[in-house]
Design a protein around this ligand. Sequence first.
Ligand code: SF4
Length: 116
Amino acid sequence: MKEYVCIICPRGCHLAVDEENDYAVTGNGCLRGAAYGREEAMHPTRIVTSSVRVRSRIHPRCPVKTDKAIAKSDIMKAMLLLDDVELSPPVRRGDVVIASLFGGEANFIATRDIDE
Ligand code: SF4
């Protein structure tokens, strides 16, 4: 049995997911929570936020995030890829910093403008 707090809405239901019973979910206040609990137990994913270096004396770091959730097990590998990135201004919010992480659909994108 795995236990989670549902983060889909502020109610924060305490979910229990029974892996030995077809990932049956209890404790959920609605169906969205059941889906969340099942997904969290079977394929947990996260949006990843971090920052990368910028060739700028004013803004030496630029915040970035993945534009889609990636597998929780890939987070550390994804963060290591950012160590090799150095952006040159101008940077625009939404610019792709690393495309197609691990050959998938998620990209790291910049989340602020840096002009110089
Ligand atoms: S299970 Fe439903 S009601 Fe409970 S926190 Fe999740 S979304 Fe909200």
